[in-house]
Design a protein around this ligand. Structure first.
Ligand code: GLC
Length: 735
């Protein structure tokens, strides 16, 4: 026994040292590689979907045969212990070398217990809560056999027409980088070989969030400086956090698709960033190089992507169909194949799959780790903290104690199907709490709650209006439940119109005729152009798609059991014509001049203001906060910042204190503001707190056109406030 322990200790010691070891848990990678045939090696580079879920344009109904033939090294969209065990058994008991499979899944915001969509979670500005939600997501996913999670998505986007903004952290590079690293840590935990943590997959590398016209899968053509300054940092943050894999993006960047982009996948990702994990293509993105027009056929697509640095082919079978021929034709080397196989085998070893291929097939965990009371409590907490109070005239909210009847009106008021949003993994609609259910749960017998759909989500039928108006007239207060269907955002869901769909604006205007205190609760996966709604109702609460505990968490906010503190991480435009619109824009040579608003020759529109409806970082509270005593001084080679934040209202509340900086003069143009820090803290009513930040020269360094990153001394404006617009400022010279 002592000898086995000694050997294991050696393997474990070596394993801890990092991704690039040949020997790791229970396996000698090089020995295994030497035993593998070419087709067995190519099998490890092949990822196929089961037929349990559809997440792309092609399907595979022969996945079991491929596994049995050793021609698949990983499966996605397959879960539950029984199904995973069945497929893993085929791999480890019926193939020659018994190499275990990876099981991947899009656990984007929870597995069974569904949390708010990532754009909503980001609005909580609570990194620890986000990490805990991903830890629960990994715990539940691994309890059902998953050991590889296709997340976090960290694509920066400034265009709400693009449906996948719902999956990311919003428009800010610095914040999305923090969130991306947090999510990797949540999934992978401290010990990847634990059976409750999973391999992360940072995606989509790179700049998928900048498609022209916000049209899904469209061309991305941005400057290299902008690529490095605005789009790449979140991927780097995920890699520095130790992600085990990276997924390529569908788009091209400056003319070269990511999946065949050697500069991106090898020169940058491997050579500069020292990424040691493996790279997986996106869904048939290798095959799609033919459509992009950089490959004449599947064979050349396979050649291009392997040479670029792709290790695993998702669903396209381009590697399976062509790598043998490419080897035979001396187009690629066995060393290239071995390098890709090694990376994947190391990942499997890190997960402990060679020690125990069935470690994620634990029936007891499947029964006890999923949809637990604690998981739902955490989900409800994240729903509360994701909610953003956009408007609250006359203190319409929280619901006053004297309200004895509430009419919920609108197509999202009792829709289980939509509460989960998109990318809902193994989420179960029937187990989620709708707004109506949450309100009834909270109201109990004290308040009568009625529900009228009023209209559809996206149709022209107004036949329900009269009934809805009647319900409004018969209630003390009205809660409008408006927004998008869950599937109107996410992948392949770009919209050319980001207004409230259908006749929902008309429903809101009509209901206001009842003259009752009215709140609009929004359910959406992207910023919407809600100027008309904003003009017609006194209160608006943004709730995104809150997931399993949506209704309960929203009721906590509406009734004031929780004082909302959420802040937008993506700008809400006044109208679509302003898009792309984002807070960290450049000043231009003819910026708007508040002293002469009507002067013609300025950067503006003749038919719309420049300002957004709601800016980045914006969100109200049931209390109010006052910022003063801002100081910013250079001490010890850093800028030391201090500000006093007072709770000037009549109830305790959390505030997200945000720090922005402007580099006044640079060798290239610089944004008018950039988020460089935040602190979310509770301040009791009548009290105040001093909040401190430190800025270093590294914090203020930026990429130059020659792609060097450096700090430039000079004047900086330090802004602090509760959003990106309402700030107090100090000028500081930082040499
Ligand atoms: C999809 C998505 C990607 C997802 C993959 C597997 O096309 O682009 O985010 O992880 O396919 O479902």
């Amino acid at each position: 026994m002592k000898k086995i322990q000694a050997i294991t200790a050696v393997f474990l010691f070596v394993a801890i040292s990092g991704w690039s070891q040949n020997v790791t848990e229970g396996i000698n990678i090089d020995s295994l590689l030497n035993e593998m045939s070419l087709i067995e090696k190519i099998g490890q580079l092949t990822l196929i979907t089961s037929d349990w879920d559809i997440t792309g344009p092609s399907l595979s109904n022969d996945y079991k045969e491929l596994i049995k033939a050793g021609k698949a090294g990983a499966v996605f969209n397959a879960y539950t212990v029984d199904f995973v065990r069945e497929l893993q058994k085929t791999a480890v008991e019926e193939t020659r070398l018994k190499i275990p499979l990876l099981f991947g899944y899009d656990v984007i915001h929870g597995h069974r217990t569904i949390f708010p969509i990532p754009l909503g979670q980001a609005a909580s500005w609570n990194l620890d809560l986000i990490r805990r939600s991903e830890s629960v997501a990994a715990s539940e996913a691994t309890a059902e056999g998953i050991n590889w999670i296709f997340a976090p998505m960290v694509d920066i986007s400034r265009d709400p027409r693009w449906g996948r903004v719902s999956e990311g952290g919003g428009e800010d590079t610095w914040l999305t980088s923090k969130i991306g690293a947090t999510r990797v840590n949540g999934f992978q935990g401290e010990d990847l070989s634990s059976n409750s943590t999973a391999l992360a997959c940072v995606k989509h590398f790179a700049a998928y969030g900048a498609p022209e016209a916000g049209r899904e899968y469209n061309t991305v053509d941005i400057s290299t400086t902008s690529l490095f300054e605005s789009y790449l940092p979140p991927y780097k943050a995920g890699i520095d956090a130790g992600t085990g894999s990276v997924m390529t993006s569908f788009n091209e960047i400056n003319g070269q698709p990511s999946t065949s982009n050697k500069w991106l996948l090898t020169d940058l990702l491997r050579d500069q960033w020292d990424f040691k994990g493996f790279v997986v293509s996106d869904y048939t993105s290798i095959n799609e190089l033919v459509n992009h027009g950089v490959a004449e056929d599947e064979k050349s697509a396979a050649l291009l992507s392997l040479n670029a640095g792709v290790d695993m082919d998702m669903q396209g079978r381009a590697f399976l169909n062509n790598l043998e021929m490419l080897i035979a034709g001396d187009k690629i080397s066995m060393q290239q194949i071995d390098q890709a196989v090694r990376r994947i085998l190391i990942a499997k070893a890190k997960l402990g799959l060679f020690d125990d291929p069935y470690r994620y097939c634990n029936k007891k965990r499947e029964k006890t780790a999923i949809m637990t009371k604690d998981n739902r409590i955490l989900a409800r907490k994240l729903v509360r903290e994701s909610c953003v109070l956009l408007k609250n005239e006359n203190n319409t909210l929280p619901i006053p104690d004297n309200v004895k009847s509430i009419a919920i009106i609108g197509p999202l008021g009792d829709s289980k199907k939509d509460m989960l949003g998109n990318w809902i993994a193994a989420g179960e609609w029937d187990k989620c709490i709708t707004l109506k259910e949450g309100m009834v749960n909270r109201a109990g017998d004290l308040i009568k709650v009625t529900y009228n759909r009023g209209c559809g989500i996206d149709d022209a039928n107004t036949s329900g209006f009269e009934e809805a108006l009647k319900a409004a007239r018969n209630a003390d207060m009205v809660i409008l439940a408006l927004g998008e269907a869950g599937e109107m955002s996410g992948e392949a869901a770009s919209r050319t119109n980001i207004d409230l769909p259908g006749v929902q604006n008309q429903l809101a205007t009509m209901v206001m005729e009842a003259g009752k205190p009215t709140v609009a609760v929004l359910f959406n996966g992207r910023p919407l152009a809600i100027s008309q709604l904003q003009a017609s109702v006194p209160a608006i609460l943004e709730t995104w798609f809150g997931g399993t505990e949506a209704g309960n968490g929203i009721a906590d906010v509406l009734f004031g059991d929780y004082n909302p503190a959420g802040k937008l991480t993506m700008t809400f435009p006044q109208n679509l014509g302003q898009v792309p619109i984002y807070y960290n824009h450049k000043n231009t040579g003819r910026p708007l001049d508040p002293e002469r608003p009507d002067f013609k020759y300025l950067s503006k529109y003749i038919d719309s203001p420049n300002d957004p409806l709601y800016p980045f970082g914006y969100g109200l509270s049931y209390t109010t906060f006052k910022y003063d005593d801002l100081s910013a001084n250079v001490e010890g080679g850093q800028i030391q910042i201090s500000v006093n934040v007072a709770n000037t209202g009549n109830r305790d509340g959390e505030e997200v204190v945000q720090l922005y900086v402007q580099d006044k003069i640079g060798s290239i143009t610089r944004p008018v503001k950039e988020l460089k820090g935040f602190q979310k803290l509770m301040i009791k009513k009548g009290e105040s707190k001093t909040v401190q930040f430190t800025l270093t020269k590294d914090d203020l360094a930026f990429y130059h056109p020659d792609l060097t990153k450096s700090f430039e001394p000079g004047e900086f404006v330090v802004y602090v406030g509760g959003n990106s617009v309402e700030t107090i400022q100090k000028l500081v010279l930082f040499d």
